[in-house]
Every structure is written in C-alpha cells, then in structure tokens.
Design a protein around this ligand. Sequence first.
Ligand SMILES: C[S@@+](CC[C@H](N)C(=O)[O-])C[C@H]1O[C@@H](n2cnc3c(N)ncnc32)[C@H](O)[C@@H]1O
Length: 269
Amino acid sequence: MTQDREQTGGTLAQQMFGPQAGVYAQSKVHISDDSLESVQKLTAPITANGAAPYRWAVDIGTGAGFTAFAMAEVSENVVASDITQPMLRQVRRISGERGLPNVGLAQNAAESLPFASGSLDLITCRKAAHHFRDFEAALDEAQRTLRPGGSLVMADTVAPEDDALAKWQNDVELRRDFSHVEDRKISVIRQLLADRGLEVVGWENERVYLWFNDWVMRTKVPEEEAQALRREFQEASHELKQAFQVGEPEEDGDFLFSFPVWVFRAVKG
Ligand SMILES: C[S@@+](CC[C@H](N)C(=O)[O-])C[C@H]1O[C@@H](n2cnc3c(N)ncnc32)[C@H](O)[C@@H]1O
C-alpha cells in the first residue's frame, strides 16, 4: 500500500498535503494556537535595542506559512520552506494579503536544506516534524545550516513516555493520516539534540485540543475508518481516556481529546 502510493507520484507528505493545502490554510489550530504563541515566546527578541535579532530565519515544513509569518516580525528575512508546492502557493497568497515583503519561498525536504553551512540564525518548525520521513536527517541539516549560537525552535506533537500509550497514539495518528511517521517521546528528542550539540535552553509543555470530526475531516479519512477510530477512542480503557483527555460525545457524536505537545528552543554550541 505504502509502496503503491510512493509510486503514484510524490512523497506520502506531498500526496496528503497537496490536495488539502486549502483546508490547512483555513485551519484554526494552524492559524494560531498555544504552540504558535510559545514559538513566539521562545524566539522573542533578545537584543538590548529591540532590533530584529535574526538576519536569516527559515521555517521548515511551513505548510500555509503561519509560523513563517510570525517570524517575519522578528527577522529581516524569512524563508518559508516545504516539500509540497500547493502549500507554498498558499504561503504566497496569504503573505501577499498580509503585506509581508520579507517572506521568501523554497520547495525542499527538511532532510535536504538548500542553505550554506553555518548561514542561518534561526530555524523554526511547527506541527510538521512528525511527518518528516527522516527526522534525524532533518536535525542533521538544522545542525549544519545554523551558525554557532543559532537556534532551532520546534513545536510538535509528542508521545507519552509510556510505551503502550505512545504506541496507541502513533497507531491512531497513522490510521488518520497515511503520511504520519512518528510522534516521538521528549526523552528521545532530547537525546537526538544532545547527540548533535544542540543544547535545549527553554521549553513549554502543552496540549493540542482536537475535535474528532474536524481531525478526521482534515485528512479526508474514509467514513468506515473514521467510525472505527471513533469507537477506538470511545471504547478505550480508562487509562487511555485519561492520558488523552477523551471527552464524552456531544449529541452529534463529536468529542474533544488532546495530545501532548512539546515546544523547545535549542542552541547550536
Ligand atoms: C501540518 S503542516 C505544517 C503546519 C505549519 N508549520 C504551521 O505552522 O501552520 C505539515 C507540513 O509538513 C510538510 N512536510 C511533510 N514532510 C516534509 C518534509 N520531509 N520536508 C519538508 N516538509 C515536509 C507538509 O508538506 C506540510 O505542509
């Protein structure tokens, strides 16, 4: 199945996100949420005179560009970079509407950045890393392209440290989105950063609250699978329901749940 999809053109991410670019451009949790506020907090200007502290910033897995737009306020130049061309068209449209002349575009994989070694002051990445085919290669590229003292700021869904809970979360994520790769444990991400000399200097622990119907609609889950997933949540054990804050269904069957999110700033030594 995976192989067939890879063969019919484009990466799984391109096949998932290309047709859905317009939906993501209007998605409330992408336009703004706690994770974007945390990215802004962790990238807040640190210079004494309040000048834009970043000359070159790159937002990887930019989607419709909402994190890149926020970074345009604290950076001289921002490159909004994504593997999916239709997403970049949304970035161009919205940045035009918002009047942001310092936002450029680049189509590339996070695992292969078209920037010189040591050239970037800031790399951001929000709600995207769990889709990257090779997360470690993406971290290698961030490490290579950041200048010494440059920052990597990432916000993404993470998995609980408990193995069974982590497996359940990744299983439902994959059934809902065939391009899902992995929600990793914070302990795993910390080790991968440490291995690359990226020191975590600040972080926020959050939750992303999701309405089930909206969550399955965004990725166009077939009705039968959506019903199976609905049962999976509603008939889960007490422990699972607590861990993912699965709410009681409303009259229309919709319900709220949440996944853990970690936002961090790591500095290259
Ligand atoms: C949920 S969207 C990102 C949302 C966005 N960062 C924001 O803040 O609104 C995930 C994006 O990751 C991109 N993506 C997936 N795999 C990628 C890869 N290997 N390299 C670059 N972008 C990738 C997809 O094309 C998609 O646009």
